[in-house]
Structures are given as C-alpha cells and as structure tokens.
Design a protein around this ligand. Structure first.
Ligand SMILES: CC(C)(COP(=O)(O)OP(=O)(O)OC[C@H]1O[C@@H](n2cnc3c(N)ncnc32)[C@H](O)[C@@H]1OP(=O)(O)O)[C@@H](O)C(=O)NCCC(=O)NCCS
Length: 128
C-alpha cells in the first residue's frame, strides 16, 4: 500500500486489491535482490483479451525499465491465456504513462469522459 499511495493520484485501496485477488485476477510483483517491492500489475482476463487494471512502479525505482519488465511478464501471461490483445485506461493528465504506453506499442482507441478524463489504449500482443 505504501508504493500504491506514493505512485498514483487516485491509489487503489487495500479493499480494491483484496477484491481483485478474490475475483481471481492475475497479480504479479517485481522485487529487488534485497526483497524490496519495486512494482506490480493486476490484470483481468476477458474473452480473447486482457485488461490491465493497475500497473505501478515505486517512485524511487521509476525510469529503470521495471515497467517494461512487468509488461514483458504481462504479455507472456496473455500468450499463455490465449489473450490476443491487451487493454488499459489511463487518465488524460498522466502524460508520462501515456507516452510510455505509446512507446511500448499501445494505440489510443477511445476516450472515457463519464467520471474522469480517461483514455483507452489497446495493444495486440502479436504486434511485437
Ligand atoms: C507508468 C509507470 C508504471 C512506468 O514505470 P517505469 O518503471 O518508470 O517505466 P520504464 O522505465 O520501464 O519505461 C518503460 C519504457 O518507456 C520508455 N520511456 C520512459 N519514459 C518515457 C517517456 N517519457 N516517453 C516515452 N517513453 C518513455 C522507457 O525507455 C522504456 O522503454 P524501453 O524498455 O524500450 O527502454 C510508472 O511511472 C508509474 O508507476 N507511475 C505511477 C503509476 C501510474 O501512473 N500507473 C499507470 C496508470 S494507467
């Protein structure tokens, strides 16, 4: 929860994590050699697709390729599950994350404005 609160403007609550795990969503963590939590993702499998619900890297560890490592694990998970594409939402204001997603091969395919300004990104994993 320390990493989550430090990393996001609207962090998940402990209950969000508990509910996601209870629902059977996939959660992966990345640790340093010393055992310190560096980052994690939570993803929900759909029919032929995967939805990334949360990806966070600890602020002190950002910019060192840890998100790329987590995406590598996530795409491997997609392959194992038979998911053909990966979806995620990101707030308009999260310019760095949007730029990183574009760099990692995601394309914006829509926009949500109902509650917050969110953009929807999609990446077919087969695209490389
Ligand atoms: C978004 C976040 C997960 C990225 O984590 P990170 O560990 O800093 O990202 P990485 O260092 O792995 O960078 C990922 C890739 O983007 C590239 N990159 C880094 N900054 C970039 C930028 N500003 N623009 C474009 N590409 C960038 C990196 O070079 C890397 O690509 P490579 O593997 O080809 O070299 C992290 O900043 C974070 O946790 N932010 C707070 C929580 C958040 O916003 N989560 C997303 C909510 S949708």
């Amino acid at each position: 929860m320390v990493v989550e609160r430090a990393g996001l403007r609207l962090p998940w609550t402990r209950g969000n994590f508990v509910d996601s795990l209870a629902a059977g969503h996939s959660a992966w963590t990345l640790h340093s050699e010393a055992g310190q939590l560096l980052g994690y993702f939570v993803a929900m499998a759909g029919v032929d697709e995967m939805h990334l619900l949360n990806i966070t890297v600890a602020p002190h560890a950002q910019g060192r390729g840890h998100a790329s490592q987590l995406f590598g694990a996530l795409i491997a998970l997609c392959r194992r599950c038979g998911a053909l594409e990966l979806w995620l939402e990101v707030r308009d204001s999260n310019v760095r994350a949007r730029s990183i997603y574009a760099h990692l091969g995601f394309a914006q395919v829509g926009q949500l404005s109902r509650l917050h300004h969110h953009r929807i990104f999609r990446r077919p994993w087969a695209a490389g």
